[in-house]
Design a protein around this ligand. Structure first.
Ligand code: NAD
Ligand code: UDP
Ligand code: UDP
Length: 336
């Protein structure tokens, strides 16, 4: 006669008041620029286990090389437009190319990533009861008619332009987040990220800060797109990561602007890069692309009041840190 197996004894640790299970965190797009810095910060906490899902479209394993093989880290080649089955407590959903050159390269794929990708991550959040944070963008304000931009502004977006796959894609992603929140009670967080820069940006990413630094180091003219008076506000990546984590850990759904309110014209940015990195370089005016927003500056009152967050790194301090990283990767040493 078969003896009945006793039920497994639960580990006494499970019931100890000292036991706190690890927090398992999914970062989609974690092999990209902001994602990999976020992973570095999350991995500093020994109670975090991090899973990255990325299709390597604009990201690379290289950005995560120090974590590959770490027992609390896992990297999955996965496209978020396909369903994903993992068991996690939190989801930072970043997967989406951020540079206009890359998001315009395959616009249909960009909108699928934003819409189907976000739907899948919300379906996952619903199944496992995870809290999910979406990295939305200042592009939801389009070419803004209100300046600077508070979260209450609904934006001025061209629905059929060449940037729409990204702008409108992110707007639908925000809608999906709120509908899952209202309809299914999912815990959501939405960050509206303004232009972010720092080490590990793709050298040929096409965005203005990486272009100017690479050009300055290669002794090529800095290409300012006309009219050059258009403005942007640039946030250093460590400040951005700090803001995203505070938003995830806090009690507010957002949307909350995360960005640096320092506002610069593209000519001012070129002059600053010239002064700091290569005073001999020429500044060249070139054609612009359609629908380029003429101004961009966040109102960050909500981030300050609700998250206790504000950026610490000024543009003049952040650019040299990025220069150092670009010098290493381009193999250009500093002339003494
Ligand atoms: P990035 O291009 O460096 O990173 C995006 C990552 O997502 C890459 O690793 C890429 O391979 C991955 N990815 C793209 N499509 C995917 C898909 N279908 N499935 C799985 N992975 C996919 O860009 P970033 O600057 O790190 O931006 C991260 C997030 O922040 C994006 O959602 C972007 O829209 C948002 N954002 C960035 C900025 C900025 O200035 N960098 C501004 C506003 C919003
Ligand atoms: N989904 C996923 N992982 C999960 C659960 C769901 O990728 O763990 C996807 C699923 O394939 C679906 C989407 O998320 O396409 C939305 O899921 P939901 O359950 O909300 O909707 P339904 O499956 O009923 O359409
Ligand atoms: N820009 C520029 N030179 C470049 C690349 C971009 O003057 O080599 C300008 C571009 O016209 C825009 C601003 O810089 O006004 C920011 O462009 P980017 O592509 O970096 O980001 P986004 O338009 O998404 O804010």
């Amino acid at each position: 006669q078969a003896t009945k197996k006793p039920p497994p004894t639960p580990s006494p640790l499970r019931f100890s008041k000292f036991f706190q299970p690890n927090m398992r965190i999914l970062v989609t797009g974690g092999a990209g620029f902001i994602g990999s810095h976020l992973v570095d910060k999350l991995m500093e906490n020994e109670k975090n286990e991090v899973i990255v899902a990325d299709n390597y479209f604009t990201g690379s394993k290289d950005n995560l090389k120090k974590w590959i093989g770490h027992p609390r880290f896992e990297l999955i080649r996965h496209d978020v437009t396909e369903p994903l089955l993992v068991e996690v407590d939190q989801i930072y959903h970043l997967a989406c190319p951020a540079s206009p050159i890359f998001y315009k390269y395959n616009p249909v794929k960009t909108i699928k990533t934003n819409v189907i990708g976000t739907l899948n991550m919300l379906g996952l959040a619903k199944r496992v009861g995870a809290r999910i944070l979406l990295t939305s963008t200042s592009e939801v304000y389009g070419d803004p008619l209100v300046h600077p931009q508070p979260e209450s502004y609904w934006g001025n977006v061209n629905p059929i332009g060449v940037r729409s796959c990204y702008d409108e894609g992110k707007r639908v992603a925000e809608t999906l987040m709120f509908d899952y929140h209202r309809q299914h009670g999912i815990e959501i967080r939405i960050a509206r990220i303004f232009n972010t820069y720092g080490p590990r940006m793709n050298i040929d990413d096409g965005r203005v800060v990486s272009n100017f630094i690479a050009q300055a180091l290669r002794d090529e003219p800095l290409t300012v797109q006309l009219p050059g008076t258009q403005t942007r506000s640039f946030c250093y990546v460590s400040d951005m990561v700090d803001g995203l984590i505070r938003l995830m850990e806090g009690e507010h759904t957002g949307p909350i602007n995360i960005g640096n309110p320092g506002e610069f014209t593209m000519i001012e940015l070129a002059e600053t890069v010239k002064e700091l990195i290569n005073p001999n370089i020429e500044i060249k005016m070139v054609e612009n692309t359609p629908d380029d927003p003429s101004q961009r500056k966040p109102v960050i009152t909500k981030a300050k009041e609700l998250l206790g967050w504000e950026p610490k790194v000024k543009l003049r301090d952040g650019l040299p840190l990025m220069e150092e990283d670009f010098r290493l990767r381009l193999g250009v040493s500093k002339k003494e």
